[in-house]
Design a protein around this ligand. Structure first.
Ligand code: ZN
Length: 172
């Protein structure tokens, strides 16, 4: 699967490392900016047509490319981002490495022995396995996607109750 044309690309600032991982699990091209000045982040965003996601009010005031998030929690952050970008994807896809953002490659299953980091079980199953050509991280459906999927489900359940007047919770 290749990245879709015209979909948003992101830079998450230092405070949003977990969000960067989630955006990569959603298949988005997402830089994680560590030890960088605001100016260099904004410059990269301009050059590469990226949106900057930050919790820094000062940064948000410097450019219309910046999306300011308030929440400290991943659920709240995803919800805020989805409010700003209603088309934000909600399904996990194995397209980018969650650790380094490189495009993943499907593993060659002709070898009887699994590559480093892949247990025998998944290797012998028919499920696809993806490898990062840059850092070597392996991905397959299993325990490490379950938590991500559960979080996304919680977020988008909140999203629905937020949007639909018929399912609005009674005010307390
Ligand atoms: Zn990687």
């Amino acid at each position: 699967m290749r990245p879709a044309e015209g979909e948003p690309r992101w830079i998450c600032d230092e405070m949003l490392g977990r969000l960067a991982r989630y955006l990569r699990f959603l298949g988005y091209d997402t830089e994680y900016a560590r030890n960088r000045t605001d100016s260099s982040i904004l410059q990269q965003a301009k050059e590469e047509d990226r949106r900057v996601v930050t919790r820094d009010q000062g940064m948000a005031e410097r450019s219309p490319r910046v999306v300011l998030l308030r929440s400290l929690e991943i659920e709240g952050q995803l919800l805020e981002l989805r409010e700003a970008f209603p088309a934000l994807r909600r399904e996990v896809r194995f397209l980018r490495c969650s650790l380094c953002n490189a495009l993943l490659e499907e593993a060659d299953r002709s070898s009887p022995r699994p590559p480093k980091g892949v247990p025998e079980g998944p290797w012998m199953s028919a499920a696809p396995i993806f490898l990062c050509p840059r850092c070597g991280q392996a991905y397959w459906e299993g325990s490490h996607t379950d938590e991500i999927r559960r979080t996304l489900e919680r977020v988008f359940a909140m999203d629905r109750s937020h949007r639909s007047p018929s399912s609005e919770a009674p005010r307390r």
